[in-house]
Design a protein around this ligand. Sequence first.
Ligand code: BGC
Length: 258
Amino acid sequence: MAAQHAIGIDIGGTGIKGAVVDLSTGELVTDRIKLSTPKGGEPEDIVATATELLAKLEKHADGLAIGVCFPAVVKNGRTMSAANVSKKWIGLEAEKLFEEQLGRDIHFVNDADAAGYAEARFGAAKDVPGVVLLTTLGTGIGSALINDGVLVPNTELGHLELNGHDAESKAAYSAMEREELDWKHWAKRLQKYYSHLEMLFTPDLFVVGGGVSKNYEEFLPFLELNTKIVPAVHRNNAGILGAAALAVDLGVGAAPAK
Ligand code: BGC
């Protein structure tokens, strides 16, 4: 297949990452550039950092389609939640704001949905029939629900209430770091979380993404589930890849679905 390149930008609670990707292979074709997410996660600051990142990438990628993924519910180009960024994002016309500042049309999507799309297209969920549930374990917990390759967006399963707590506040990778848990102790929390997901969705496959998935051997073996659970193939690059792929597959600047 001929190389088709696009730019993916993944906005996270701690870092903003981007690269040019080859959509025929799912590989990054430039180095991944990472800038720190500005403290407070305010809209103007995040958009300014994304603009700085795009300028670095565009030296070798002028005119490519751009996909941006973000850690919030994204509905018709608006961010409808804000768990690990400023509350100013709630209800904001975020896609439009990025487009105005970047001077280009973009495709804008939830970060975990982008990661799920990437794993379904190029990774651990490729050609997997039935229900796949991808979760990203990072600053928060993101989720992507895919049935027979079709994504159901904005599932927000990191915010399930478990034992009176928002699940991500106890089971995200940031909780392990914050509370200085060892792998085994953290895995106990993951066990509760994934058992609950299993009870609700009876998935055919769990895919675990986020940066910590590179250490999957430290925690996945502790989990006892009826469902197969595997690390994401694209680890922490899945958001970049999925955002770029969606920009080409669904188009940039398209009128939002009503
Ligand atoms: C947000 C989700 C996001 C996830 C991972 C959660 O706190 O609510 O929208 O996908 O973090 O970044």
